[in-house]
Design a protein around this ligand. Sequence first.
Ligand code: IMP
Ligand code: MG
Length: 179
Amino acid sequence: MNTIEIKDKRFSISISSEEIQKEVTRVASEINRDFAGKNPLFLSVLNGAFMFTADLMKKITIPCEVSFVKLASYQGVTSTGMIKEVIGINEDISDRVIIIIEDIVDTGFTMQRLLESLGTRGPREIHIASLLLKPDKLQVDLNVEYVAMRIPNDFIVGYGLDYDGFGRNYPDIYTIVTE
Ligand code: IMP
Ligand code: MG
């Protein structure tokens, strides 16, 4: 499938599943190298990171744990109007080495919020592994140490990422077609 339609939008294939798998394997070997003996706890951010997490974890060969968190948005009384609360952390993360698994870092505000929230729970270290990074959109000072692929600013779907809830199921990544 070279193009797909989701609701009112058309998307064309931009990163094949083979290419994704190759980069996921590279990230996994970097993590295996850097975290040997550290018993990291991977925290996967639902929903978007589910596919990346499954493929990445199959290639992690060091002792580790994996768990899942979600960011619940609700209207708050901040300047931006939106507050994101981290839900689903059942583990004691104090003194743990944490590796966050995200689908995409865009402006970076979501990741910044997650780091703030996890930081209050006393982890020893927090590292970030993101499938995708849009370097030109990043607006906060973040060290995204593990990145499978850097992409332009265009909106994408597939391999866990959605447009209005749809499109997460595709094994490839598609970019929006703007007419
Ligand atoms: P940020 O807070 O701007 O970094 O946005 C991060 C979140 O926005 C991601 O976790 C995604 O859920 C969503 N997002 C950003 N860019 C895209 C995209 O191109 N396609 C689908 N979702 C995206
Ligand atoms: Mg996400």
